[in-house]
Structure formats: C-alpha cells, structure tokens
Design a protein. Sequence first.
Length: 276
Amino acid sequence: MIIIPNRFITKIEQAIGTVDIDALKEYVKSPTEFERKDDVPMMCMAEFWNDELGRAYYNFKSIDDEWLALDVDDNMKISDFMTQFSDYDYILYTSFNHTAEHHKFRVLLHYCGLDYSLLGANLDEIKSNWHFTLETMFPWADKNAMDMTRAFYLPAARPEYFYHINETGKKFYLPMMKRPILKTEGYDGIIAKHYKNNTTIDARRKKNVEYYLSTSFNKINGNGNSNTSLYNAICTCLACHDDSTLEEVLRKARNEKWSESEIRTKIKCARRFVGR
C-alpha cells in the first residue's frame, strides 16, 4: 500500500513510499500523535500507471487483492463489527474523530475473490460494479469511501484511540456483483411503468427471478455466484410489487442457508435501489 504524507498531496511521486501489512500492524499498535487531522498521513490500497499523475481513475492500475479498506462513520458499533467478523482476519483502528458516543473507525479486512473480469469489460463498469459490490456487502460502511482509488487516514494517537488485530488465518470471500440496470421501462422492459402505477405484475416470468428460482446454488464461500442472482431477483420482485413471488425467492434463499441477517441486508439494499 502507498503511504501519502497528507491529504493535500495529489501526485503519486510525492508519496513517502510503500509498506507491507506487517509494518502497518506495528504502526497501528503504536501510532504517532497528531493535533490536526490534516497532518495525518494517508494510505492508498491502489496501484497506478504513472507516478507523475494523481489518483484519478484514468491512472488506476489495480487494487490490493488481499486487504480491503472500509470506513465506518457512526453507522455501526465497534463491538458489533467484532462480533460479526470474529471468524476473519482484520485490522481495526479508530478514526481521528472517534468518541465513545460516536463510533468512527477504519477496517482492513483480509479478503479474497477479486476478479476484474466479473466486474466488467471496461474501467467504468469495473468502478461502478466494485462500488455496488461494497454497498451491498457492507451497507453500514461509508459509501463515499468505496472508490478504488480512495486514500484513507492512518491511525493517530488520540485520547480514545482503540485498535484490534484479529488473526484467525481466514479470509472473507467477497463475491463480485454487477449493478442491476433499470432501463427506461424497468426490468425486462415494463417494470418501471407498472411500478409508477403501483400495480402488481408477475415477477416469476421475469428473467432475473426465473433464473434464480430455476438454478440450484451451493453455499460455498458466501454462497458463491448466487449472491448477485439473489439480489437481482429481490429487486425485480420489489419493482413488480409481487410479494408472493418475493416470499418464494426468500424461501429458496433460506433453504440454501442464507442467514436472516444476510437476507435483511439484501432486502434493505434492494428497497433503496428500487425506491420502495
């Protein structure tokens, strides 16, 4: 990962250098004290083609395929995160403005599953679908900090600083997902029109739902490629106002060992996407 002196540095050639994950762990254990947030160095998980250019997308080469950085800005308690991800490797440290009342922290999650070919054929598709993947899998994380070229503040010694390094040897499987596209008339050409009129149409006849219900998925590493299929099916059912087919989709998901928490997260994201 690239270390940048502060947020005002725009060119990669001005970076301090790079560090590995072991060096970062040591720094997390004993960070430097800073009075101003603007003086805190930053890290970037991406690589770039040209060091003379900045962190713009046209200069993006790749993102770290081992460690995923996430920002949490008062949307989740630290204890809840530690419980939910107790089985996985991660590095957690509190952000500059963290307090006991308002939990603000950063996580580097040890993960696997990155596959650019599944995200898209060009940089715009990769950017959009990466963002969608993180939005869907981590709805409690800061959506403004999910860009592939994002820089994150390193820890700073503060009065309420806290860190935790979880070392289990297990990586979190991150399935690559594609953002559903609502065309002018919605899924399969007519959903948006019916949705505006608040009428119900048979979602079972729509290809997203038909595919999900007719395909058997095994729960391997986070349900494998059923992740996107399940989400798309839920979106379609909601857009069609077809609650009975939605229940059929959810029964299948439960039979394939999706947890109630995972299902609730998908429904919440899908409702936000279709506006229902």
